[in-house]
Design a protein around this ligand. Structure first.
Ligand code: AMP
Length: 541
């Protein structure tokens, strides 16, 4: 066997170059959709790789992107690692101080930035003295941003012709993402070429996400969030079409793009699906071209998946993972031999570990717990695309990595079929009278109420019980439900001691930089007595 055959991204780029398919990248812009077939895209990747060489970028150097999903961003995804450098995708929704922190921590030499984002980055430039060039993608004004070059001019100057990509050892670093870090500074996860190639193959497996060459994939998940869940690299293997919405992430343009581009698969977080559902209920776009819609990054509410299936013929596929796991960990694919209700309950779980990934749950002492659907512990994960440590952070690494396993901080049970059900983040668990209450399950049940748009449940301190659940709720426009109504709705669905003592009716649940409910902020507001619209219902105490 050719056991020394290196699984590096130039191999994937060669595959894309020689792929006979008709795949293309379609980017939504102010001027409408911009299209390019992969032949053209690969030629531009070659030019960009030459331009990086001309700028003096050397193997191992970090080169950042600060950009929405687009064809140019895709070009960076391949040109930067294939030339031996490390692609650092900066999360543009981090707080300004965190943006400066990650760029400096990564020691990025160049930052590729969308013109629409250049003025915002310009305000931070004085804190980024080590960045040698800001390469602006697009022709728009750049404001105060110094040391700029224009992307298209660089490509033009790089000229045509073959580029001799270097041999890259598979264990070399290819990409770098920082976690969204709810506590402390963001932590860097360095992905090797080998891990990205294997993860890409994984995405194509039928028992995982089953991306196909004939697919037209709407990539809503940002390219700065865990490499857009690995889809651009997987497209390098199968040349599937990628539909890039750029900054247009509202339900209307997304629905329009699904319809007009006949998207067959898509990927995003539940909050965006919830927006899309509301829009679709009102405007009835034809979404039936979607054969599958991957829903991950946060728990998928069962009611959301049922509504999409029943009202719009769209099947959501629940998937679980994290920055440290590239992210694909578990996927809730169809279980054949179950009746209708049981099938839905199974699909709403986070699912079974994908091939090559191993999961287990452990108690506080690190002892492994049984897979009986009841015992609840922290998920630990290992596999060829799971990180072994954080980038330049020995203390953070020691905390989370133990005996070759990553401690995820997610609390779950695993049933006899191996399907994972997450009940909480360990930071979010509610312990009442010594018993756990699952905030995720309460949220799921609340969001099944027709008048509830969003629900996030947090713990409030309680003298008698230790902690009690407080449900933060956002009602649908024009709908009404009182705290008493919601309590009655929950009563037949959860244990009596789970019933919230308090509701807070909010205008919106605050979201993190990648669109998840920000419970940390809700807890901070609670602590500062700044949580509006609180209504107490005395059930337990
Ligand atoms: P990130 O690294 O930002 O992608 O966040 C990873 C975390 O998001 C995980 O550790 C989980 O807490 C959460 N998460 C991701 N997918 C799911 C899911 N399907 N259900 C519940 N939580 C999820």
């Amino acid at each position: 066997m050719q056991d020394d055959f290196q699984l590096s991204l130039p191999l994937v780029l060669r595959r894309l170059r020689s792929h006979p398919g008709e795949g293309e990248i379609v980017t939504l812009t102010n001027a409408g959709p911009l299209r390019a077939g992969y032949r053209e895209v690969v030629a531009r990747i070659d030019r960009l790789a030459r331009a990086l060489l001309a700028l003096g970028i050397e193997p191992g150097d970090r080169v950042a992107t600060f950009a929405w999903n687009s064809q140019r961003h895709f070009e960076c995804y391949f040109a930067i690692p294939c030339s031996g450098a490390v692609l650092h995708t900066v999360n543009l929704r981090l707080f300004p101080a965190q943006i400066a922190y990650v760029i400096n921590h990564a020691e990025d030499r160049i930052v590729f930035v969308d013109d629409s984002l250049a003025p915002a980055l310009g305000a931070l430039a004085p804190q980024l003295p080590k960045v040698e060039h800001f390469v602006v993608m697009g022709n728009g004004p750049v404001g105060e941003l110094p040391r700029t070059l224009r992307y298209e001019e660089l490509l033009e100057a790089a000229g045509d012709g073959a580029y001799d990509y270097p041999e890259i050892a598979e264990r070399q670093a290819a990409a770098l993402c920082y976690t969204t870090g709810t506590t402390g500074e963001p932590k860097g996860v360095l992905y090797s070429h080998r891990s990205i190639v294997l993860h890409s193959v994984g995405l194509l497996m039928t028992d995982a996400i089953s991306l196909r060459g004939a697919d037209r994939g709407l990539l809503v998940v940002p390219m700065f969030h865990v490499n857009a869940w690995g889809w651009p690299h997987a497209a390098g293997l199968n040349a599937m079409t990628l539909l890039m919405p750029g900054p247009f992430l509202q339900a209307e343009p997304l629905a329009h793009m699904i319809e007009s581009e006949r998207a067959s698969v898509m990927a995003c977080v539940p909050t965006i699906y919830a927006d899309l559902l509301r829009y679709a209920d009102e405007h009835h776009p034809d979404l039936r071209s979607l054969r599958m819609a991957v829903c991950g990054g946060a728990p998928m509410p069962l009611a959301l998946a049922q509504a999409f299936a029943e009202r719009h013929g769209v099947s959501l596929l629940h998937a679980w993972g994290m920055t440290e796991s590239s992210p694909m960990g578990a996927v809730s694919n169809e279980v054949a031999d179950l009746d209708e209700d049981a099938r839905w309950l199974a699909r709403a779980k986070q699912g079974v570990a994908v091939p090559l990934v191993e999961l287990r749950i452990t108690d506080e002492d690190g002892a492994e717990l049984p897979w009986d659907g009841v015992a609840s512990g922290e998920i630990e994960i290992r596999g060829p695309w799971v990180a072994a440590c954080y980038f330049k952070d020995a203390a953070g690494s020691a905390e989370r990595f133990r005996d070759g396993w990553l401690r995820t901080g997610d609390v779950a049970n695993i049933d006899a079929r191996g399907s994972v059900q997450i009940t909480d983040r360990s930071k979010d668990v509610i312990k009442s009278g010594g018993e756990w209450i699952s905030s995720v399950e309460l949220e799921n049940e609340l969001m099944a109420h027709a008048a509830v748009r969003e629900a996030a449940v947090i713990a409030t301190p309680d003298e008698r019980w230790g902690e009690r659940p407080l449900a933060c709720v956002v009602l649908e426009d024009g709908a009404f439900a009182s705290a008493g109504d919601l309590l009655e709705h929950l009563r037949p669905r959860v244990a009596r001691f789970w019933l919230p003592d308090e509701f807070a009716f909010l205008e919106a649940i605050p979201k993190t930089s990648v669109g998840k409910f920000d419970k940390k902020l809700l807890r901070a507001r609670l602590e500062q007595d700044a949580l509006a619209g609180r209504v107490r219902v005395t059930e337990q105490s």
